[in-house]
Design a protein around this ligand. Structure first.
Ligand code: KG4
Ligand code: ZN
Length: 358
């Protein structure tokens, strides 16, 4: 690999098409030249969740125009692309296949190498795109719609799983609770907005596995507790849950958020003590949650722990994190890009299965 090169990243694992171009210059932190994103949220809203087939078809429509947009914004052309990276998994099979197919076709046409990336590694390394990038080693709290994990991260590809959810992910807990409160899809941002008007101590909801003595999470029971509480209130009021007074819904939202956030904060602190590390990185969609950020910041400040987040718009899925993770992998020499354009995707792909060395 030359000393200076550009990596194009394509993300299409779920309901966002993301494309970005980063520049690698020697050992310096790769530089984001441009990124573009198309969110399919509006299209899926009518169905109350992601419809995989519609997601795949929309990725097909968006990916090339977004690539042109990114090249134009960075003042580059396809000839300047040295490596094409794409999300290989985990995610929706059909959606992943679009990004993989386009990335491999593009790379083959250009005679350039491709690199299939792990979506969670993208999230994990996304804080390196922020104005306040972390340094290794750190504890990572990865909280997305599909995953909730605590990891010890010693370098690119050096990830040790400390704990994870045994059922629903934190984002799923936000989304499912929001849905049953009639807040639509995606529920996380809607629930946290409503929670701002509510009293988090109004309803006593469980803090699952808080005292389990390990770093695992469980959120399925919390969602059920929210449902039972909401139905009880609706029954007494003689209305449907969605028709409960806004203040009651806001109190429920605030109490739900408080339960999720308390577990995430306490387990993160426990992971920091266990590893004796003084740096925490938060990544994934739920990392955009304001209450989580405020409470983590306060708790970590007290303990002399630095906390790093991705830029707000890079918390949820995007192409920049895929291009960045690919660039950092190439820099670390741990995984070479390949000129073999036969591709597969891995809809289920534990991060622990990632190769450390090429
Ligand atoms: O990382 P991401 O974009 O996709 C996955 O890889 O899953 O995360 C999406 C998740 C959804 O569950 C969404 O509701 C949640 O992140 N989310 C939030 C917020 N913004 C996004 N949850 C709570 N508060 C937010 N502000
Ligand atoms: Zn994601």
């Amino acid at each position: 690999m030359a000393k200076d090169y550009c990596v194009l990243g394509i993300e299409s694992s779920c309901d966002e098409t993301g494309v970005a171009l980063v520049q690698v210059q020697g050992e310096a932190l790769p530089l984001l030249l441009a990124d573009a994103l198309y969110s399919q949220i509006e299209m899926h809203q009518a169905y109350g969740g992601v419809v995989p087939e519609l997601a795949s078809r929309d990725h097909i429509r968006r990916v090339l125009p977004l690539t042109e947009q990114v090249l134009a914004a960075s003042g580059r052309t396809l000839a300047d692309v040295d490596v094409v990276a794409f999300t290989r998994g985990p995610g929706l099979a059909g959606a992943l296949l679009v990004g993989a197919g386009v990335a491999c076709a593009l790379a083959a046409a250009l005679g350039k190498p491709v690199l299939g990336m792990h979506h969670l590694e993208g999230h994990l390394l996304s804080p390196f795109l922020s104005a306040d990038p972390p340094e290794f080693p750190f504890v990572a709290l990865l909280v997305s719609g599909g995953h909730t994990q605590l990891m010890r991260v010693d370098g690119v590809g050096r990830y040790e799983l400390l704990g994870e959810t045994i059922d629903d992910a934190a984002g799923e807990a936000f989304d499912k609770s929001a849905k049953l409160l009639g807040l639509g899809y995606p529920g996380g941002p809607a629930l946290s907005k409503l929670a701002e008007q509510g009293d988090p101590s109004e309803f006593k909801l469980p803090r699952p596995l808080l005292k389990s003595g390990n770093l695992d999470f469980s959120f399925a029971g919390l969602k059920t507790a929210v449902m039972v509480q909401a139905k009880k209130l609706a029954l007494v009021a003689g209305v449907a849950v969605e028709a409960l007074p806004v203040q009651v819904l806001a109190d429920l939202a605030a109490s739900t958020q408080a339960a999720i956030v308390e577990v995430l904060v306490k387990k993160s602190l426990a992971a920091l003590s266990q590893t004796d590390l003084k740096r925490l990185v938060v990544a994934g969609g739920v990392g955009a949650n304001r209450s989580l950020r405020a409470q983590l910041n306060a708790a970590c400040a007290q303990r002399g722990v630095r906390v790093h987040y991705p830029e707000l718009h890079l918390c949820t899925d995007n192409g920049a994190m895929i291009a960045m993770a690919a660039a950092m992998r190439l820099q670390s020499g741990q995984q070479a890009a390949t000129h073999v354009y036969a591709f597969d995707v891995r809809p289920r792909w534990p991060l622990a299965d990632l190769p450390v060395a090429s």
